[in-house]
Ligand binder design. Structure first.
Ligand code: PSV
Ligand code: MN
Length: 424
C-alpha cells in the first residue's frame, strides 16, 4: 500500500489552522525556531526490519494481520511510515532474518521510498538450520576455535550483504556469557571475544564502523561477555578508530544513569549509535517514551550538549535506530509512537537554555539548573515537530491519518490475515 501525496495534503488541509494557532506561540517564544525545525526535519530514525511484525514473548506470540512476510514488504512498511512522518528514512536489517536475495532490486525499492540502509545486524544468538556448530555456549567467546570461526565468518558475510546495500556499519550484539558461576573463565572469554572481533574488524571496509552493543543480562543470567558500557568501550578502544559503543536503552540494570553514560562516551568520541525503546523492568522493548519520557529527554539533553561540544552533525554522525517491538500493539502504530516520542525529546533538548544552564551549574545553583531543564521538558514542542514534518511533506498527525486511511485494514486485504514474519 502506498499513501498518496493528495491524501496527506487533504489531511493537513483540514487541521492546518488549528496547527498554526498552536505553532505561533512557540515560534514567537524561540527566536531560533526555524533552525530547530530544520534540525528536526533532518533527523532520521532507522526502523528495525524485525519490528514490523507483532513481537512475541517467550510465552507466545499473537500475530496481527497483514504483516510483511518478506523483506520487500518490510521495506514497503517502512516506506509507509516515512511517507507519514518523514522521519523514518532508514531501515536496519537483521541477518539472517532478512537476507537481501537480490540486493539491486532491494536497493532500488528502498530508494523509491526514500529509504537508506542503516547498520546491518549479525545474529550469533540463535542457531540456524543446517549450521555446523551450536552457539549454545556462546559464539565469539566460545572455548572451541571452530565455533568462533563460524561466528566470525557470519559477521563477515553480514558485512558483505551490507556493502551491497550501501550500509555503512555493522552492529554486533552478542548473547555470549554464562548462566552459572564457574561456567566461564571471564578473562579467556573476553580475550577470545576480542580476538574474534579483531578478525571481523579487519574485514570492515574503510568507510565502515562497527558498533559493539552491550546488555546487562538475558539470555545469560550470571555474566554477559559484553555486559555494560565499560566492557563495550574496552573492546571498542582495543579494536581501533572504526569501533564504537552502541547504547540500547533497555540493556541496563534498573535506575542506571544512562544520560551520564552517553555524556562520557561522547567525550571519548566512542558513542556510535542508539537503540531506542523504553522499559519498566528490564529489556522490555516497549515504545520509546512510553514509560520514562523525562529520562529520554535527559538523554537527548546530553546528546545535544555533547554533540555540539564536539561540533558533530546531529543527524549524520551517530546511528539512530529503534529497537522496540512487543506483543499487543499494531507494530506500525507502535513505531509511529516511538518516532514521535524521540522527536519530541530531541526538540525539547534543542530548546534548553544552554547559557542559563551553564550559569546555574557554575554557580552551583541546583534549583535553577533543575528549573531550566524542566522548563524545556514541560514545553509542548509537538507543534514544532509537526511543522518539521509538514514542511517535508508529511502528515500533521501521522497516527490519526494511519487510522483514517484504514492502513492496517488495507494491508490485511492485500496480504491476508495469517502471515509469517521473521524476527523474535
Ligand atoms: C538484543 O536484546 C537486541 O537489543 C539486539 O540489538 C538484537 O540484535 C535485537 O535486540 C534484536 O533481537
Ligand atoms: Mn538492541
Amino acid at each position: 500500500m502506498i499513501i498518496k501525496k493528495t491524501e496527506i495534503e487533504e489531511h493537513n488541509g483540514k487541521i492546518i489552522n488549528a496547527h498554526k494557532n498552536r505553532l505561533k506561540p512557540i515560534t514567537d517564544q524561540f527566536q531560533d525556531a526555524e533552525e530547530i525545525i530544520k534540525k528536526l526535519a533532518a533527523f532520521q530514525l532507522a526502523i528495525p526490519s524485525w519490528a514490523l511484525g507483532t513481537g512475541g514473548t517467550r510465552f507466545g506470540r499473537f500475530g496481527g494481520g497483514g504483516e510483511p512476510g518478506n523483506l520487500e514488504l518490510k521495506i514497503e512498511d517502512v516506506g509507509l511510515l516515512h511517507s507519514l512522518n518523514c522521519s523514518s528514512g532508514a531501515i536496519s536489517l537483521h541477518i539472517p532474518w532478512d537476507i537481501p536475495k537480490e540486493p539491486g532490486s532491494v536497493k532500488a525499492l528502498a530508494s523509491y521510498f526514500g529509504l537508506k540502509f542503516d547498520a546491518v545486524n549479525s545474529n550469533t544468538f540463535q542457531d540456524q538450520p543446517g549450521q555446523e556448530y551450536s552457539y549454545k555456549f556462546g559464539s565469539l567467546q566460545h572455548t572451541d576455535r571452530r565455533v568462533r570461526e563460524q561466528a566470525i565468518q557470519h559477521n563477515i558475510e553480514v558485512i558483505k550483504y551490507g556493502v551491497e546495500l550501501d550500509s555503512k556499519a555493522l552492529t554486533v550484539w552478542l548473547s555470549d556469557g554464562s548462566s552459572f558461576p564457574g561456567q566461564l573463565n571471564f578473562r579467556k572469554a573476553f580475550e577470545n571475544t576480542l580476538e574474534s572481533l579483531r578478525e571481523v574488524y579487519a574485514s570492515l571496509p574503510a568507510d565502515w564502523k562497527i558498533f559493539i552493543e552491550y546488555k546487562a543480562f538475558e539470555p545469560n543470567f550470571y555474566s554477559m561477555t559484553v555486559g555494560d558500557w565499560g566492557q563495550s568501550l574496552l573492546y571498542a578502544g582495543k579494536l581501533g578508530t572504526k569501533a564504537f559503543t552502541l547504547v540500547d536503552l533497555g540493556h541496563h540494570l534498573p535506575n542506571t544513569n544512562i544520560e551520564q553514560i552517553v555524556s562520557t562516551l561522547l567525550m571519548e568520541e566512542k558513542l556510535g549509535g542508539f537503540h531506542f525503546n523504553d522499559s519498566k523492568y528490564g529489556d522490555d522493548d516497549l515504545t520509546a517514551g512510553s514509560m520514562k519520557p523525562y529520562q529520554l529527554f535527559l538523554i537527548f539533553n546530553e546528546l545535544v550538549e555533547g554533540m555540539d561540544h564536539k561540533k558533530m552533525d546531529h543527524a549524520r554522525d551517530l546511528a539512530w535506530m529503534i529497537d522496540a517491538s512487543h506483543n499487543i500493539k499494531d507494530p506500525l502504530e507502535d513505531l509511529l509512537q516511538s518516532v514521535e516520542a524521540i522527536m519530541i525529546a530531541y526538540a525539547q533538548a534543542l530548546i534548553v537554555d544552554r547559557k542559563k544552564l551553564e550559569e546555574a551549574q557554575l554557580a552551583n545553583d541546583t534549583v535553577m539548573a533543575q528549573e531550566v531543564l524542566q522548563e524545556a521538558f514541560r514545553t509542548d514542542v509537538r507543534p514544532l515537530v509537526a511543522e518539521a514534518r509538514r514542511k517535508e511533506g508529511g502528515a500533521l498527525q501521522p497516527l490519526q491519518l494511519f487510522r483514517d486511511l484504514k492502513v492496517r485494514e488495507q494491508l490485511i486485504k492485500e496480504r491476508g490475515y495469517k502471515t509469517f514474519v521473521t524476527g523474535l
